[in-house]
Design a protein around this ligand. Structure first.
Ligand code: FDA
Length: 409
């Protein structure tokens, strides 16, 4: 079998790239080992797909090279994707933080991309596993450069696009194929790690929190310079909720610092974002109210009571706050604005939304997504070391990088 462009992975990035290359008149074959197109799109955003965000910038992405994503995001932006959605007539709505979701179903996006592929003459083969990839020696730019052994037989192609995604949720078909192929061709890979993932706490940290499980707090989670004000959820295994998922990516990023040798540091949770807890406690100092009851004015009642018990002295619970010393109130205020917890790890790829790390951007052209040293080989989407925040940014990277590669492959 012979084709101009072979794309492995019929997910968000692969479908976008396939349609674009097809519209350029390239013969495109799109293959996937799964049975369904765009399975990750289907399950995303609770079935409504948070397909992009109103505001997208390189600041919304983590990568060893934070500038790499700039070019693709500028060339096919969120506005370009929104225009596609509107042209197709897909109803959508905006939620907090500029997140855009389908009104009805994520299937609308899959149908749009499938139809674009069909209109562009893309051939599709689902349920097709890849066994090996061999580079073919040739000086002729028009000759096939790769032989790919698959369930369909050997496919020869000029351009090979790897769009196999990351490792999150292995049960829906995630594989390390893209990383292994990169290594086969000598491209460096930044060790993949689960990101946008709940954080696990060690038993000695978790046990005193067990009666708080289920509490949802409007809080500000912080790690180094990164901070997100959204919900934090205390769970039976540790911490979750959007603010924690966001901060987990930055906490995981630390694993790369100094070659992974840096000591792990805690995350900090501001339980009273935007409020100077010291001043607020001071305002209530004259009253006879006890600390847990005062905190329950701003925090869930059960949480407030359990949290006070963690302060380490019966006095914080048994005495009215007017009887607490300045030093004691200072301790409470500091902990309210910066409750530090040391994660023991994450809940892993099974519970992660994305993968941090991947094919190193050093090895790729940001203009084309092609491997600099391997003509005809492209990497797009999540398999690349570009990881977005929660909020539609990961799909936008898939659309942008897929679109760009589709102009060159
Ligand atoms: P994607 O994973 O979409 O596609 C990769 C394809 O490659 C798959 O079809 C897979 O079967 C195939 N494949 C893998 N290995 C293969 C092999 N060896 N041979 C052949 N085929 C192979 N993002 C966002 O912006 N908004 C959101 O609402 C959500 N929601 C969300 C929910 C959940 C539960 C998850 C797990 C993830 C999200 N995401 C998200 C993240 C988003 O889904 C993700 O970043 C994109 O789908 C990445 O697109 P790709 O095309 O790179 O990979």
């Amino acid at each position: 079998m012979l084709t101009d462009v072979l794309i492995i992975g019929a997910g968000a990035a692969g479908m976008m790239c396939a349609a674009q290359a097809g519209f350029r008149g390239r013969r495109v074959l799109l293959i996937d080992h799964g049975e369904k197109l765009g399975e990750r799109i289907r399950i995303s955003g609770g079935g409504r797909c948070n397909f992009t965000n109103r505001t997208v910038s390189p600041d919304n992405y983590l990568s060893q090279n934070p500038h790499f994503c700039r070019s693709a995001l500028a060339r096919f932006s969120q506005y370009d994707f929104i225009e596609m959605i509107e042209r197709r007539g897909i109803p959508y709505h905006e939620r907090e933080h500029g997140q855009l979701f389908c009104d009805e179903s994520a299937e609308d996006i899959i149908d749009m991309l499938r139809d674009a592929c069909d209109d562009a003459g893309v051939q599709r083969r689902m349920g097709c596993a890849v066994h090996s990839v061999t580079a073919l020696a040739t000086d002729d730019a028009a000759a096939p450069r790769f032989a790919v052994a698959t369930d369909l037989g050997t496919i020869r192609c000029q351009s090979l696009v790897v769009a196999t995604g990351g490792l999150a949720i292995p049960k829906i078909g995630a594989t390390p194929f893209g990383y292994k192929l990169a290594e086969q061709f000598g491209l460096p890979v930044i060790a993949p790690q689960p990101a946008l993932v709940p954080l696990a706490l060690a038993p000695e940290v978790l046990t005193p929190l067990k009666d708080m499980a289920g509490a949802t707090l409007d809080a500000r989670a912080q790690f180094d310079e990164a901070a997100f004000r959204e919900n934090v959820l205390i769970t039976h295994r540790g911490l979750s909720g959007p603010a924690i998922l966001q901060i987990s990516s930055y906490w995981q990023m630390q694993a790369y610092a100094r070659g992974g040798q840096e000591k792990r540091r805690p995350v900090s949770i501001d339980l009273m974002p935007g409020v100077d807890a010291a001043a607020w406690l001071c305002e209530h100092r004259q009253g006879r109210i006890h600390l847990p009851n005062l905190l329950a004015e701003r925090l869930p009642r059960r949480f407030a009571h359990e949290w006070c018990a963690l302060l380490g002295s019966e006095r914080f619970v048994s005495r009215p706050i007017g009887e607490l010393s300045n030093k004691e109130l200072q301790v409470v205020a500091e902990r309210l604005n910066g409750w530090t917890l040391m994660p023991a790890g994450t809940l892993g790829f099974a519970k992660a939304e994305v993968t941090l790390g991947g094919v190193s951007t050093d090895a790729l052209s940001s203009k084309t997504m092609a491997a600099k040293e391997v003509p005809g080989l492209y990497f797009i989407g999540e398999v690349v070391d570009v990881t977005g925040w929660l909020g539609g940014y990961n799909f936008q990277w898939a659309w942008s990088s897929g679109w760009v590669a589709g102009q060159f492959a």
